[in-house]
Design a protein around this ligand. Structure first.
Ligand code: 5GP
Length: 189
């Protein structure tokens, strides 16, 4: 089935257009350029959801950077965080004495981000901050600090621009809200 037919079946409404997302990247990139001036940050992308955001964000940053990726999972295939965080794929870069900036698609309970921040600090990073595209505060279960974010979102399941629905639909160009009936159907599978 063509991609657009499938998208119409699952998305209730658009939350952020491509232009909205671009504006967030521009604003955050400008801020990060100022804050990391004269430093060479190690940008740590959280796989897989953050790859679209990371590639757009770093191109709005005018600083010398290095990029690496880490896959840390707390959701599995479901809609509610499992509460347990697993390290699936580790970095290949030594973070000792580095200024690390974690780039994440969305923060929900905050457990994934807290796990990553604590681990990178324990490994001797000089500083560890994060830049998340979407900040979903309703289910926050830990007091992790979110230094930079694009926008707050309500307690709804969002899809597109890297954010998946059952490991697909990351390639939708905008960010939409999943239809509640689709969540119910998927939950009953
Ligand atoms: P946390 O540990 O903060 O609860 O979970 C963060 C991860 O949960 C995100 O990186 C993302 O993979 C997933 N997640 C949380 N909320 C949503 C959402 O609304 N849509 C999608 N697609 N993933 C989400």
């Amino acid at each position: 089935m063509p991609k657009n037919d499938n998208i119409n079946r699952i998305i209730d409404h658009k939350l952020f257009t491509e232009d909205d997302i671009h504006q967030m990247c521009v604003r955050l990139g400008k801020q990060l350029t100022e804050d990391y001036a004269g430093k060479k940050p190690l940008i740590v992308g959280a796989l897989k959801g953050a790859i679209f955001f990371l590639t757009d964000l770093v191109r709005e940053m005018d600083v010398e950077e290095e990029i690496d990726f880490m896959d840390v999972s707390s959701y599995g295939d479901g809609f509610v965080s499992s509460g347990k965080v697993d390290l699936i794929t580790d970095l290949t870069t030594d973070v000792k004495d580095r200024d690390v900036l974690i780039v994440e698609d969305i923060v929900d309970t905050g457990l994934t981000l807290k796990y990553m921040k604590d681990m990178l600090k324990e490994r001797g990073a000089k500083s560890v901050k994060c830049c998340v595209l979407l900040n979903k505060e309703a289910n926050r279960a830990t007091d992790v600090e979110i230094e930079y974010y694009g926008s707050k979102v309500g307690n709804e399941f969002v899809v597109g621009y890297g954010l998946d629905f059952m490991n697909a639909f990351r390639n939708i160009k905008y960010i939409g809200v999943l239809k509640p009936e689709v969540i119910k159907l998927a939950d009953n599978k």
